[in-house]
Design a protein around this ligand. Structure first.
Ligand code: PGA
Length: 254
């Protein structure tokens, strides 16, 4: 983390867990996470939980976010949720291009690019996920994959809009597997993402963008990962459903 230039963010990704009836309880249990000053805490919850979670967090500094959005503003897209709808329900952030979306729901680089544009258009901050698969890593393709995902995601994003963007490096092989990238590897790829962004936006803006690490982050490995200079926070799946573990990860940013 380098707080001189960047916001430190810990974002929880509840995925397809937590019913609206359980969301109130979990959000309440997470309220103490707001206590760490200068760390932004975001709960990315199922769309159907947004309103109830937002209500619980009303007086707190914890922000809420969505986990995906459609790129159109409205229309005949059965089953979809627009960025505008998320914003209207109180979301400030939205995860875009999560590997589960890319691999299971057809979110190509092109779709990701459009969703990033939609999120920005409707006043949300996109948390753009990039990451290589195990096979790509073994084949030595990590750098190429990251570069092309990053470049494509911000293709139409202006310098002014870029200030709203957050990135997350999530190696696909580390998500939900209990395997974590080493702090050094995570740092290396976050640094690479920053370097790609520097090529497009220049030194100052790229120095200011928060780049999170995600993939089996927990209370044990978080301190070492967060100590790395280019890792500006975490995108936390499984451990975000456990209030004690999540609070410990947030505390590790102190
Ligand atoms: P995990 O998920 O922490 O359960 O590995 C991270 C993510 O998918 O964002």
């Amino acid at each position: 983390m380098d707080r001189r230039y960047r916001k430190v963010i810990i974002a929880g990704n509840w995925k397809m867990n937590v019913n609206p009836s359980e969301a109130k309880k979990l959000a309440n249990a997470l309220l103490p996470c707001a206590a760490v000053r200068d760390t932004t805490v975001v709960l990315c919850v199922p769309a159907i939980d947004l309103t109830v979670v937002k209500r619980v967090l009303r007086q707190s500094r914890i922000a809420v976010g969505g986990q995906n959005c459609h790129f159109e503003e409205s229309g005949a897209y059965t089953g979809e949720t627009s960025a505008q709808m998320l914003a209207n329900a109180g979301a400030k952030y939205v995860i875009i291009g999560h590997s589960e979306r890319r691999t299971m729901f057809g979110d190509t680089d092109e779709v990701v690019r459009k969703k990033v544009a939609a999120a920005i258009r409707d006043g949300l901050r996109p948390i753009i996920c990039v990451g290589e698969s195990e096979l790509q890593r073994e084949m030595g393709m990590t750098e190429d994959v990251i570069r092309s995902q990053v470049k494509s995601a911000v293709y139409g994003v202006s310098a002014d809009e870029f200030r709203r963007v957050v990135f997350a490096y999530e190696p696909v092989w580390a998500i939900g597997t209990g395997k974590t990238a080493t702090p050094e590897d995570a740092n290396e790829i976050c640094k690479l993402i920053r370097a790609c962004l520097r090529e497009k936006y220049g030194a100052r803006p790229s120095r200011g963008v928060s780049i999170l690490y995600g993939g089996s982050m927990n209370e044990k490995n978080a301190p070492a990962l967060l100590a790395m200079p280019h890792v500006d926070g975490g995108l936390v799946g499984g451990a975000s459903l456990d209030p004690d573990a999540f609070a410990a990860i947030v505390a590790a940013t102190k």
